[in-house]
Design a protein around this ligand. Structure first.
Ligand code: NAD
Length: 491
């Protein structure tokens, strides 16, 4: 039986520094609020420069010996991290749901189930940290070597904290870097606990966790010994991180927001497309997914049937206590996010040209009355240039737009500042291929939508980011630097 109160209390105001979980030296902190009840459950420290310096200096010293461990051994350590997280899967999933309001059965457990795969995948790639020999002159041996970059800052948001942590930490460590990890203030507890567990197998200071807000994050980025930033978050913060990293001329990977289209052609299998739309929009995570298919472009002839099918699925969802096994959808993460989502819903409600279709009903239990629950909502009657179609809402609000002209719909699908993901539903292969090449998005799927594998490069175009995460290429490109060596053997 996991005692969440004792666990959150133990994690309160802590950081992971030099191996163990220790009390932060900072006098500033932020309340952690359970979004299902709006009750304070813990505090996280807002770390300041002395502690940030300690974490980065420790990681810098540790990196000197960590890079000398054989790549294979580093791979084993990373796989052992995956294993220990797997052994604590249920505890971490419960803590994640308690802290972030994500439904335990449909979301947190699912996230935990893919994390071990990421560690296992990258651990297995350790021997792929290869250079090349390059023909130049028979008497000159010319080759490249891959070296780690040094101390990596991994900065992550709250929506899939452990998955995003694994996608940065696993490849960075395998490549011989050490990591200072900065979780979101809204999902720090679960990251602290995961890092505490990983530190049972990693050498001290290989993975330090510093908690705090955006100022803490920007101080980490600015530190002279941070040699690479891997950032996932909003476009606005990504721009700031990019600007600050540019002052030091260090490489940055940016995984940012999205406003992804799903295009349903006239010949699509309607039921499968509706099921995929329902899953792709991540309603079970209250739409809080960067790749959520939040704009459905449905061929005019299928429009009404599609709405019926999608609403049927939404109506069957149980919105409720995130920790309850019956619950399909939990809450939004925060008051700020709640206000933002309500703003878009009100905008639609105040526009007589738009139709809103709400699904299901809010929980009625007394202890959940204050919770940050929102009814999933489909909005129709709008055009693609409406703010609801142009801006990332990051809530359970999707736009449904009818179309008749294939070339026009592709143009509209691309007509947003983002380019993270896209989906197409059709049995017409030439049309699918035409759409695949015309869509300006980094992750495009035909006749399916939700897929994640650590072997598949993931990352967006346009404002959705720079660089890919996941895959061997991502590890080599983002977490190593290439040294070219020429050995003259003449004479
Ligand atoms: P956010 O940008 O507010 O914060 C993300 C992290 O960055 C937090 O840890 C925050 O403290 C830190 N931060 C903020 N400003 C910073 C700065 N100037 N310097 C250094 N660190 C800074 O984002 P959020 O609200 O936590 O997350 C939601 C956003 O994340 C959405 O836009 C979503 O699309 C995006 N996201 C993208 C992906 C992807 O793979 N593309 C995945 C998940 C979430």
């Amino acid at each position: 039986m996991i005692d969440l109160l004792a666990l959150t209390d133990r994690l309160s105001n802590k950081v992971v520094l030099g191996g163990p979980l220790v009390r932060s030296q900072s006098s500033k902190d932020l309340a952690v609020v359970n979004p299902a009840t709006r009750q304070k459950i813990a505090c996280i420290a807002v770390c300041e420069e002395p502690e940030i310096n300690k974490a980065i200096n420790g990681a810098k010293i540790a990196q000197q010996s960590f890079k000398k461990i054989s790549a294979q051994e580093r791979g084993r350590l990373v796989q052992a991290c995956g294993q220990i997280l797997k052994e604590h899967k249920e505890e971490l999933a419960l803590l994640m749901s308690y802290e972030s309001g994500k439904a335990l059965r449909t979301e947190s457990r699912v996230e935990l189930s893919v994390i071990a795969d990421t560690f296992s995948f990258y651990g297995g790639l350790a021997l792929e940290l290869k250079g090349e020999t390059i023909p130049y002159d028979p008497q000159i041996l010319s080759f490249t070597m891959r070296e780690p970059v040094g101390v990596v800052a991994a900065i992550i948001p709250w929506n899939v904290p452990l998955l995003l942590m694994s996608m940065k930490v696993a490849p960075a460590l395998v490549a011989g870097n050490t990591v200072v990890l900065k979780p979101s203030p809204e999902a720090s507890l679960v990251v602290l606990r995961a890092a505490e567990l990983m530190n049972q197998v990693l050498p001290p200071d290989t993975l330090n966790v510093i908690t705090g807000d955006k100022i803490t994050g920007s101080q980490i980025v600015a530190h002279p010994d941070i040699k690479k930033v891997s950032f996932t978050g909003s476009v606005e913060s990504g721009r700031e991180v990019y600007k600050n990293a540019a002052q030091k001329l260090i490489p940055v990977t940016l995984e940012l927001g999205g406003k992804s289209p799903m295009i349903i052609l006239e010949d699509a299998d309607l039921k499968e497309a509706a099921e995929s739309a329902f899953l792709g929009m991540r309603f079970s995570r209250q739409g809080q997914s960067c790749s959520a298919s939040s704009r459905f472009f449905v061929h005019q002839r299928l429009f009404d049937d599609f709405m019926t099918e999608l609403l049927k699925r939404l109506d069957n969802l149980v919105i409720g206590d995130p920790l309850d096994e019956k619950t399909d959808i939990g809450t939004l993460i925060s008051e700020r996010q709640y206000e933002k989502v309500q703003h878009y819903i009100k905008m639609a409600e105040n526009d007589p040209a738009l139709s809103l279709h709400f699904a299901n009903s809010l929980p009625t239990e007394a202890h959940l009355r204050e919770g940050l629950f929102v009814l999933p909502c489909l909005i129709s009657g709008l055009s693609n240039n409406h703010p609801i179609c142009q801006e990332e809402i990051f809530g359970p609000v999707a736009a449904v737009l009818p179309w008749t002209n294939f070339d026009e719909v592709i143009k509209e699908a691309n007509d947003v500042p983002f380019g993270l993901a896209a989906g197409i539903w059709t049995r017409d292969l030439p049309k699918a291929l035409k759409a695949v090449s015309a869509l300006d998005a980094g992750f495009v799927q035909v006749n399916q939508y939700m897929v994640f594998r650590p072997s598949l490069p993931f990352g967006g175009f346009k404002n959705s980011g720079i660089g890919k995460e996941a895959s061997l290429d991502a590890m080599l490109e983002h977490y190593t630097k290439v040294k070219t060596i020429l050995i003259n053997m003449k004479g």
